[in-house]
Write a protein that binds this ligand. Structure first.
Ligand code: PEP
Ligand code: MN
Length: 332
């Protein structure tokens, strides 16, 4: 249940009411919401005098539910917006990892040449083996900062664990929480206590309910700027790296009020399928795409098989424009 308290109830009283109702108090300006478990279906009588309005909810997808707020949240990337009433589909491109200044600068320049605005690359990589490239860490993050300063691009990068969450929050424009960290409550709460947009990826073995409940940790900690990202599930199929859950995307679009980004690169795991998937995703009228691109994918230090080269990325982008237009969107 989401309870809108009357305005200007003093802080001690709010704390007392929150404790008594076993709820989270979420303060926005002069008004406070109490959020209880969705299993509570009747307003506790001690809240009668303090309540303006309340919403009973079907499940613990609460703040993110269209049953609570039907309009899609608008997310401000500072130089542009996605979601809300905008018609933007943001094409976020870049290599899997920052590898060198030359490599990331060439990638940034390629995005700029296509009129794109958002660069994504990992610095703290959550690898599946300790014996492979783990990312450049802080050195990589500073190279991304340099790309923002030099090219005016917005930068997206992933936080792998709580040891560097503050650095990522300080230096990136959008904080990516990866599939393997979706459940890291330290990261979720730290991202909830600040206001930069958070791109939350769905874990590859998690249900939609579990995924959106992780978004609820961020939302209920005070940050409304959450973007959901579908990047593929582990299924019995092994020919592709994961299975992109487009049915799940249709469900999220219908039932949740958060912008949605799709990542065909990590889902497919092979460059050859990525442009087709990106076109299918664009046709679903989504808010963004995350596609890996590298100046020379053959020598990439991570995810070499799935990264598009510059020509492939450009051809894909050109093919997306008319599809986006057909569903009322513009690729930016
Ligand atoms: C990534 O975006 O580079 C990444 C590691 O993806 P995921 O968290 O989806 O595996
Ligand atoms: Mn990758």
């Amino acid at each position: 249940m989401i309870i809108h308290l009357k305005e200007n109830i003093d802080a001690n009283k709010v704390e007392e009411l929150a404790a008594q109702s076993k709820s989270i108090a979420l303060k926005t300006g002069s008004y406070t919401r109490l959020i209880t478990s969705s299993s509570i279906k009747e307003l506790p009588s001690f809240l009668d005098d303090y309540t303006d309005e309340f919403f009973t909810m079907a499940s613990d997808i609460q703040l993110a539910s269209k049953d609570y707020r039907s309009d899609i949240k608008e997310i401000d990337f500072d130089t542009f917006k996605i979601g809300g009433t905008t018609n933007n589909t943001v094409l976020i491109g870049g290599p899997c990892s920052v590898e060198s200044e030359e490599q990331i600068n060439a990638s940034a320049e390629h995005l700029i040449s296509m009129g794109l605005k958002t660069l994504r690359a990992g610095c703290f990589k959550p690898r599946t083996t300790p014996y492979s490239f783990q990312g450049l860490g802080m050195e990589g993050l500073m190279l991304l900062v340099k790309m923002r300063e030099k090219h005016g691009l917005k930068i997206v990068t992933e936080v792998r664990d709580s040891t560097h969450v503050d650095a990522i929050i300080e230096h990136s424009d959008v904080i990516q929480i990866g599939a393997k960290s979706m459940y890291d409550h330290g990261i979720l709460k730290a991202c909830g206590k600040q206001n930069k947009p958070v791109l939350l990826k769905r874990g590859f073995g998690t249900t939609i309910q579990e995924f959106v409940q992780c978004a609820e940790f961020i939302l209920s900690s005070g940050n409304p700027n959450v973007i959901l990202c579908e990047r593929g599930l582990r299924t019995f199929e092994t020919k592709t790296r994961f299975t992109l859950d487009l049915c799940g995307v249709a469900w999220l679009k219908e039932k949740t009020n958060l912008p949605l980004i799709l990542d065909p690169s990590h889902a497919m795991g092979h460059a050859f399928g990525v442009p087709d998937l990106a076109r299918a995703c664009t046709a679903m009228n989504i808010d963004g795409l995350l596609v890996e691109m590298h100046p020379n994918p053959k020598v990439a230090k991570s995810d070499a098989s799935q990264q598009l080269n510059f020509e492939e990325f450009k051809a894909m982008k050109n093919s997306l424009d008319p599809i986006a237009n057909a569903v009322g969107k513009t690729i930016i």
